[in-house]
Design a protein around this ligand. Structure first.
Ligand SMILES: NC(=O)c1ccc[n+]([C@@H]2O[C@H](COP(=O)([O-])OP(=O)(O)OC[C@H]3O[C@@H](n4cnc5c(N)ncnc54)[C@H](O)[C@@H]3O)[C@@H](O)[C@H]2O)c1
Length: 349
């Protein structure tokens, strides 16, 4: 019988609880070895609920596990990842790796030096709908890709404590769509972004809650991303990739398999959040991580992929602040694609 990977989970908030549930109920190759949170009461309570051990310190969590999953606030990821790598533990880390580029690069180098598996939490790459569409796109069934459109809209915004340490709208939200853009279409050579705070609470912290990002791809395709922190009607995560031979469309699915019909009207419920939309994607990303550790295979989303998405998100942030397009040069390296950015002097007309 194959041994499952014992994962120690750090950070038991919104995202950590999803990983905890998946590791105890949906995953086949990984199991929950122990939980840890800076708030010991939170860790103790979840450990009792799930009947798993809890650790009183991060060092104890590392001792109890073969690998860690880090779902703490973004500003803490780098330090926890480096400590785990130094202790020889494989690392699954939520997106993004850190709040700044130098720390992100240092963290990638730390895991490379340690020789551990390092996967970053871009869950759509593991969702059955997105994976099926990607397989056909990569097989060339779309023909020449001309247009990419994606929408990521939260029904309600996260709490203010989370927003304060999120890294800002583009690094926290748009980063998912930027990773998908690279995955489905290819490398990006120009980013232009517009943003606004429809809720003054976002303006008060120097952030936005609504944005449109326009991409120009290396292969000539165009892309448009729209994002919202509070779409109100439901959680939407949808995309279209248009090619010369077909269009791939990934839509927001229904919350339930039933519909309520009254004369002339059929209505159904929508998913409320990412947990309802992606139960299997979040489970599969941890299972895939465990299989990489078991088989010695590279992860589907590497640290260098996460750096590329981060660089594109920062380019969007810069474009929003300056009102100018940002040009990017994708460089192919042995470990993956790295971006160099330059701000365009003139606004494109
Ligand atoms: N992949 C996705 O779809 C997705 C969705 C939401 C959040 N995230 C990411 O997950 C991470 C966590 O977000 P969240 O919404 O769950 O946050 P959260 O604020 O709900 O939870 C964070 C938890 O970490 C704990 N914590 C804080 N510092 C810690 C430390 N140093 N060690 C251990 N525990 C610590 C807190 O007590 C809290 O319980 C963020 O990086 C975020 O970007 C990813």
């Amino acid at each position: 019988m194959t041994r499952t990977l014992g994962i120690g989970l750090a950070g038991l908030g919104r995202m950590g609880r999803i990983h905890a549930t998946n590791l105890t109920s949906r995953c086949g190759a990984a199991r929950l070895a122990a939980v840890y949170d800076a708030n010991a009461d939170v860790a103790r309570a979840l450990a009792e609920e799930l009947e798993v051990p809890w650790a009183a310190s991060y060092a104890e969590l590392l001792e109890r596990a073969d690998a860690v999953a880090i779902a703490t606030p973004t500003g803490t990821h780098a330090e926890l990842t480096a400590a785990a790598a130094e202790a020889g533990r494989h690392v699954f880390c939520e997106k993004p790796i850190s709040l700044d580029r130098p720390t992100t690069v240092e963290t990638i180098e730390a895991v490379q030096r340690a020789g551990v598996v390092f996967q970053v939490g871009f869950h759509r790459r593991f969702d059955p709908d997105w994976v099926a569409a990607a397989a056909r796109i990569h097989a060339g069934e779309l023909g020449e890709v001309t247009l990419f459109r994606t929408s990521l809209r939260d029904m309600t915004p996260p709490p203010p404590e989370f927003l304060a340490g999120s890294g800002g709208f583009f690094v926290d939200v748009t980063v998912h769509d930027l990773d998908v853009a690279r995955w489905l279409v290819g490398e990006v050579v120009e980013v232009t972004a517009h943003g606004t705070a429809s809720d003054p609470a976002f303006a008060a912290i120097g952030d936005i809650d609504t944005a449109v990002v326009v991409l120009r791809f290396e292969n000539g395709a165009l892309g448009v991303i729209d994002n919202s922190r509070s779409a109100r009607y439901g959680y939407e995560c949808s995309s279209e990739v248009m090619g010369s031979a077909a269009i791939a469309r990934i839509d927001a699915p229904r919350r339930h398999g039933y519909e309520w019909r009254t004369p002339g009207l059929a209505s159904h419920e929508l998913p409320r959040d990412f947990e309802e939309r992606y139960p299997w994607a979040y489970a599969e990303e941890l299972d895939a991580f465990a299989r990489c550790v078991r088989d010695g295979a590279p992860p589907r989303v590497s640290g260098v992929d996460a750096l590329a998405a981060f660089d594109l998100a920062q380019a969007a942030d810069r474009s929003w602040r300056t009102g100018r397009p940002v040009a990017l040069t994708p460089q192919r390296t042995e470990t993956g694609v790295r971006y160099e950015t330059t701000e365009k002097d003139e606004v494109r007309v």
